[in-house]
Design a protein. Structure first.
Length: 122
């Protein structure tokens, strides 16, 4: 799933999350701009996806470069700790199962349960 995900700011000062990649894919060729997929916009509400992303990434294990990391397994969780995750990635199968459960619980369309979603994670 090459590339990095950044919080950026537009000309009006609004924040958004964007994936930037330097790899060629079947959907992005040599003359591309490196921008991949859509953006997630800040909404200033209590469930703002940009603020949630910033909170999540602030507590990732700095020894691990991956976005999806396994939560600490020591059974002790302290929200004041800087690091909430072990130096271990979440496996593809575990991540796929979690995505399917979230889609089902949220009553999202069947489209979200297809291989398209799975492939977008790679």
């Amino acid at each position: 799933m090459g590339g990095k995900i950044f919080v950026m700011t537009d000309a009006k000062g609004n924040k958004y999350v964007r994936k930037i990649t330097d790899e060629l894919t079947k959907n992005r060729r040599e003359n591309g701009d490196g921008l991949d997929g859509g953006i997630i916009l800040e909404n200033f509400g209590p469930h703002c996806p940009v603020a949630s992303f910033q909170l999540y990434t602030r507590h990732l294990n700095s020894l691990n470069e991956y976005l999806f990391q396994r939560p600490k397994t020591n059974g002790i969780f302290d929200s004041s700790q800087d690091n909430w995750y072990d130096n271990m990635v979440v496996g593809e199968r575990s991540l796929w199962k979690k995505m399917k459960k979230i889609s089902k619980d949220a009553n999202l369309s069947e489209y979200t349960n297809t291989n398209h979603l799975y492939e977008s994670l790679h």
